[in-house]
Design a protein around this ligand. Sequence first.
Ligand code: ADP
Length: 412
Amino acid sequence: MGRLRDNWLVVAAASLLAILAAAGGLNPAFAAAAWLLMMLALLLGPVMTAEPPAIRPVVAPAPAEIDPLDGLARAYAALDLPVMVLGEEADVVLQNPAAAASFAELAPGLHLSARLRSPGILDMVRETIVTGKPNQMEFSERIPSERVYLVRIEPIVLPAGSTSGKEGEAARYFALSFKDISELRSLDRMRSDFVANASHELRTPLASLRGFIETLQGPARGDLGVQERFLGIMLDQATRMSRLVDDLLSLSRLELKSHIAPNQVVDLVPLVSHVRDALMPLAHDLGVEIRMHLPEGKAEVTGDRDELIQVIENLIENACKYGQEGKIVDVFLRQQPGEAVEFSVVDRGPGISPEHVPRLTERFYRVSVADSRSKKGTGLGLAIVKHILTRHRARLVVRSELGKGTDFTVRF
Ligand code: ADP
């Protein structure tokens, strides 16, 4: 009965409906039966009231006890910089995988000196342990390979009460990191070698120019014959200096754009013919015949037209100059369908002995400085060629046999 009381509005509506239905002409017995059915449904049917969803309390999991030293080990494991964590006795507490790879795995607890015998590093570590101040120094290792590191030590204080420290006391550790700066140092060395070489190359013709000018102003004043001869040599020296400056500028321009790949489509066939025509007077003077072996159709590569001309010119000119005694220089351009384009310059000169071959593309490297100078060389030609080919993702292969000749091949 409680349910009928709770749903009195439904009971009243059902009753009114039955009365209206009877008044409207429905058999009163039917109207009464319908009313009775509705009451029964109300009494026996399921309770339809919506109950609010139960709210389940969300309980945050209790933070797990993390050992700060463990946290440190996990953080350093993600670094590719070798790091060792030392204790107050300069004992190795942990080392990250990068340190294990660079300095071999150390059993925890071993003194740092078990791996690093450098007195400089050990002194620096001792000093930081005493003063608590960070410090850094350069350190180089020769074995297994020459490497230069910037070694830095920094104190780390872990919170008091950590499982690794003494009860109630903050734990003190020291992070010893090794930043590999070998590349940086070798670049520095190359740069300063380069500046020294370039200055030396410029200083020689400059000194000779000064000498001639002083002679012309002094002892040779008024001697027309000597003046004529000296002015010719001075012109040669000045030309040599401007060649050198041009080559240096070429190199520096190439360095600036070394990361941008060229994107023109260049047919090498007309390019090689054009360079050959330009070099004909030189070949003629040297008594060399340039023989061309070009393909029927095109030989297209993606590249920079002017730079490719520089490569072709440099290789053919070198073959004429240094392979002069062979009298013939063969120039091949090959393009097999589906294969890489290949450009080769083959001379029948004296050849290059094997120890020089790997160094030919170094700046200012010459098999014979005097020979190169007498042939108006700067020692930068093949360095420029290598730079251009690197930018073109092409390879230079040098094959040479003493007494037989040399083959410079470019594979695009
Ligand atoms: P350079 O300005 O002296 O010609 P390069 O860089 O073009 O400088 O060449 C470097 C050196 O390589 C030359 O001085 C020469 O000794 C050697 N070389 C280059 N090409 C040949 C060749 N075809 N045959 C023999 N030696 C060569």
